[in-house]
Design a protein around this ligand. Structure first.
Ligand code: GLN
Length: 273
C-alpha cells in the first residue's frame, strides 16, 4: 500500500464499501474526500500505511465506521461516539423532528423536556439546539455513556442537564412537558443483534419481547408529565401497535405513529389527557 489509490484498491479487495474506505482515508489523512479523489497518486506516509490496514480490516469485520473514526453526524450536529454508546441513526431524526414540531407549536415559554437513555446525547442535544427555549434534561444508566454525552455538550456548547439514572430513579417527583426516548427495543432473540454486536447490548435490547423498557417508560410517564404533556417513543418497525395500545391503556390521547425515511413505523407518541 503506497498511495491513496492503492489503499482504495486494497479496501475494495477486503470488501469495504467505497464510501466507507474514503471516510476512513479522509479521517487518517485529515483531508476531504474530494481532495483524496483528486490526489489519489499521493504517497502515504509511514504512519498512515501502518494505521490504515487495521482500520480497513476492522471495518471489513463489521465494526461501525463511526467507532473507527470516533464521530457521527446527527441532525446537523457532529457527535463524538465510542463503543459505549449506540451509533446515532438517521431513523431517530424522525423522533427529533416530531418533538421539534411540537415544541415549535407549544405556547409554553420554556418547556421542560426529558430524554431517557440519552447515550451520546444525540436526541437531547438536537432538541436543545433546535428549540433553545426548552430546558432539556437527559439521563442514562451508563456512566460511560454520560461521559460521552457530557463531552458532546461541552464541545457543541449546547446546554443540557445530564443525570445518572436508572430510568425514573433520579427524576422522581419531577414533571416534564415532554418526554422522549429511544430505548433498547430489540427482542432478545432477534437475529439482527448479531450484526449489531459491536454496539452496547444495554442500549439495544432489554431481552424478552423487546418491549420491557418501552413498557417501563409508558407506565411511569403519567406521574412525570404535566397535564397535556407529550410522550414520544422510538420503537422497532413491528412495535407501533403494541406501543399505541400501551399508551392508550395509560390514558394517552392523540396517539400517533410516524414513519422513518425507510418507510418503517418508527415512533409512536401521545398526549397525556
Ligand atoms: N434502531 C436500532 C437498530 O435497529 C436499535 C436501537 C434501539 O434498540 N433503540 O439498529
Amino acid at each position: 500500500m503506497k498511495t491513496i489509490a492503492d489503499a482504495l484498491t486494497q479496501a475494495r479487495a477486503a470488501g469495504v464499501e467505497r464510501l466507507d474506505a474514503l471516510m476512513l482515508l479522509a479521517h487518517v489523512l485529515k483531508q476531504s474526500r474530494t481532495w483524496l479523489l483528486a490526489n489519489d497518486d499521493v504517497p502515504l506516509n509511514g504512519n498512515q500505511t501502518q494505521t490504515l490496514p487495521s482500520l480497513l480490516a476492522r471495518r471489513a469485520a463489521g465494526e461501525p465506521l463511526a467507532y473507527l473514526i470516533g464521530e457521527k453526524e446527527f441532525h446537523g450536529l457532529m457527535l463524538l461516539v465510542s463503543p459505549d454508546v449506540l451509533v446515532p441513526r438517521p431513523d431517530t431524526e424522525t423522533l427529533v423532528d416530531w418533538a421539534l414540531e411540537l415544541l415549535g407549536n407549544s405556547n409554553i415559554a420554556a418547556p421542560a423536556v426529558l430524554d431517557m437513555g440519552t447515550g451520546s446525547g444525540a436526541i437531547a442535544l438536537a432538541l436543545k439546539n433546535g428549540a433553545p427555549q426548552s430546558r432539556v434534561t437527559a439521563l442514562d444508566v451508563s456512566e460511560q455513556a454520560l461521559a460521552i454525552a457530557r463531552d458532546n455538550a461541552l464541545r457543541l456548547q449546547v446546554d443540557v442537564q445530564l443525570l445518572h439514572s436508572d430510568w425514573w430513579q433520579a427524576v422522581e417527583g419531577q414533571r416534564f412537558d415532554m418526554i422522549v426516548s429511544n430505548p433498547p427495543y430489540i427482542a432478545g432473540d432477534d437475529h439482527h443483534l448479531a450484526a449489531l454486536r459491536h454496539e452496547p447490548t444495554l442500549a439495544l435490547t432489554p431481552g424478552g419481547d423487546g418491549l420491557d423498557a418501552l413498557r417501563h417508560i409508558i407506565d411511569g410517564a403519567p406521574q412525570h408529565l404535566q397535564a397535556q404533556g407529550w410522550l414520544l417513543l422510538e420503537h422497532g418497525h413491528d412495535q407501533a401497535q403494541a406501543v399505541a395500545a400501551l399508551l392508550r391503556e395509560r390514558h394517552f390521547a392523540s396517539v400517533t405513529t410516524r414513519h422513518d425515511l425507510g418507510g418503517n413505523a418508527r415512533c409512536t407518541g401521545g398526549r397525556l389527557s
